[in-house]
Design a protein around this ligand. Structure first.
Ligand code: ZN
Length: 277
């Protein structure tokens, strides 16, 4: 079974729009990842939630090549790791949950067949205002097709604005509006939400708690029973492009690796703040 051998990770990344994601700081920072001697693959009692966006070969920050995604799914399946529904992943130590944001149509061709083949549950967070309107986005009949295939559908706002920049009334329209749109189209309740850009604050999370059963953010961290159900950390797929990392993401190596990612992000934010002064 693969372990995280000591390696170097480059961080010459495009400007991040997600909390914790790499920011361009004008150089490359190298971090030595956990050594075998420090990480024996022990369970941490935690799980991990993966976040994917588009499945396409463009190489963009918010894209994963469909071939690589297949390798992810195969790596998870071959490792015997449980893939849990998002709503239960916190109570399933060692498990992964799979989530997909923004409702990209290429999910139909490149993710759905694999998820069905390997019988993996997943959640798609849909921006209701994009459906049938934005190029490359699913239309409502496609969302219905995905839901009928067993994929859980969650809400991801109406217009994908950063909710922390909106008034309480506007944020409520984004949350309740997307929930209502999806429920009207699918004829089933929508109980999960993903904050656009992973961004939330105390007020936004309190509002989400009044409307949904859980809500997801974005953070390179494991999830567990003590995680805030209205700010569940999701690991951007960019951090785990190497399929071998997926196998240990919910174990001790994964916890250490994600901690290093958070530290590196904090360092980059510090450098960026100093540069901006
Ligand atoms: Zn999004």
């Amino acid at each position: 079974m693969a372990v995280f051998a000591a390696s170097r990770e480059s961080f010459g990344m495009p400007l991040a729009v997600y909390p914790g994601l790499a920011m361009r700081a004008g150089g490359r920072i190298c971090v030595c990842v956990v050594s075998r001697s420090l990480s024996m693959g022990l369970s941490t009692g935690a799980s991990a939630i993966l976040l994917y966006h588009s499945l396409d070969p463009t190489g963009g920050l918010f894209s994963i090549n469909p071939d690589l995604f297949r390798r992810h799914v195969e790596a998870i399946a071959q490792s015997g790791i449980s893939v849990a529904p998002l709503a239960r992943v916190r109570e399933t130590p060692g498990a992964l949950a799979l989530t997909f944001d923004d409702g990209h149509r290429n999910f139909l061709d490149h993710a759905l067949p694999l998820l069905l083949e390997f019988r993996m549950p997943a959640t798609m967070f849909v921006v209701s205002g994009y459906c049938g309107h934005k190029p490359g986005a699913l239309n409502w009949s496609e969302v219905q097709e995905i839901a009928a295939a067993g994929i859980h559908i969650g809400a991801h706002s109406v217009t994908h604005r950063d909710l922390t920049t909106l008034s309480a009334a506007e944020a409520q329209v984004e949350m309740r509006g997307s929930q209502a749109h999806i429920e009207d189209r699918l004829g089933r309740s929508v109980r999960a939400f993903a904050y656009p850009y992973g961004r939330s604050n105390t007020h936004v999370r309190r509002l989400a708690s009044e409307i949904f059963d859980l809500a997801c953010g974005v953070k390179p961290a494991q999830a567990g029973r003590d995680s805030d159900p209205f700010n569940l950390p999701r690991v951007f797929d960019f951090y785990v492009r190497n399929p071998h990392r997926l196998r240990r993401l919910a174990r001790s190596e994964g916890r250490a690796y994600l901690a290093l990612r958070r530290t590196a992000s904090a360092l980059r934010r510090g450098v960026a703040a100093k540069t901006a002064r």
